[in-house]
Design a protein around this ligand. Structure first.
Ligand SMILES: N[C@@H](CCC(=O)N[C@@H](CS)C(=O)NCC(=O)O)C(=O)O
Length: 210
């Protein structure tokens, strides 16, 4: 069978989520590091975003679609629940992570540290401070959701957790969000349990300036 190619930079939280899904499924894959909007990516993603994937002559964009393909095209443990209510809960969390958690926590907060837009390259407090305030209820929402079993859906990791983990990883590196995580016991336990999984250990992103 052809090798699955996951295409995109290892720094990307969405690329990491899909790599974690493949590893959890037990599928070997080749990582093809491509920047967003490279020619290779633009050919597959209509919006030029990573990850994209290739499997034989099948090419696909969008992390949720890629993870679903991986789950359905290969044998191995399911990474999306099959039972109707759990499947719906998983979709709910993937949607919340991609429309609420990622835009605030990664695009506004983390990227303000990594790629500051200020003239002297210092973190832009006018972006970070309001983002920190808005992150408080989001962290509380996640902490509450994780209280019951330690995972977002059911009692074992699903793609919802693999989708969230790369975001939490970056939040654990930044000062205000690290403190918020430490004050959210269920979220912190979840983060530690996920960090110990092979899928997380094998996909640690390089530091941005390495
Ligand atoms: N909806 C996309 C989002 C992927 C995404 O935002 N990827 C970022 C890297 S983490 C990207 O390619 N950004 C380039 C851009 O926004 O133009 C997915 O789920 O795959």
């Amino acid at each position: 069978m052809e090798t699955l190619e996951i295409i995109g930079i290892p720094l990307s939280s969405y690329v990491r989520a899909v790599r974690m899904a493949a590893r959890e499924k037990g599928i070997p894959y080749t990582l093809v590091p491509e920047m967003p909007h490279s020619e290779a990516v633009e050919r597959i993603s209509p919006v030029g975003k990573v990850p994209v994937m290739r499997h034989g002559d099948f090419e696909l964009a969008e992390s949720r679609a890629i993870a679903g393909y991986i789950d359905n095209a290969f044998s191995g443990p399911s990474i999306f629940p099959r039972e109707a209510k759990e499947a719906a809960e998983c979709e709910k969390w993937v949607s919340l992570i991609n429309t609420v958690v990622d835009p605030l926590c990664i695009r506004r907060y983390v990227l303000s540290y990594v790629f500051p837009k200020s003239e002297d390259g210092s973190p832009d407090r006018s972006v970070i401070d309001p983002a920190v305030e808005e992150m408080k209820p989001v962290i509380a929402m996640l902490d509450k959701a994780l209280a019951r079993t330690g995972y977002l859906v059911g009692d074992k990791p699903t793609f919802a957790d693999f989708n969230l983990y790369p975001i939490l990883y970056y939040l654990s590196l930044m000062p205000e969000s690290r403190k918020m995580m430490e004050e959210a016991p269920n979220l912190m336990s979840h983060f530690e349990a996920m960090s110990a999984r092979e899928s997380a250990r094998e996909t640690v992103p390089p530091t941005p300036d390495s």
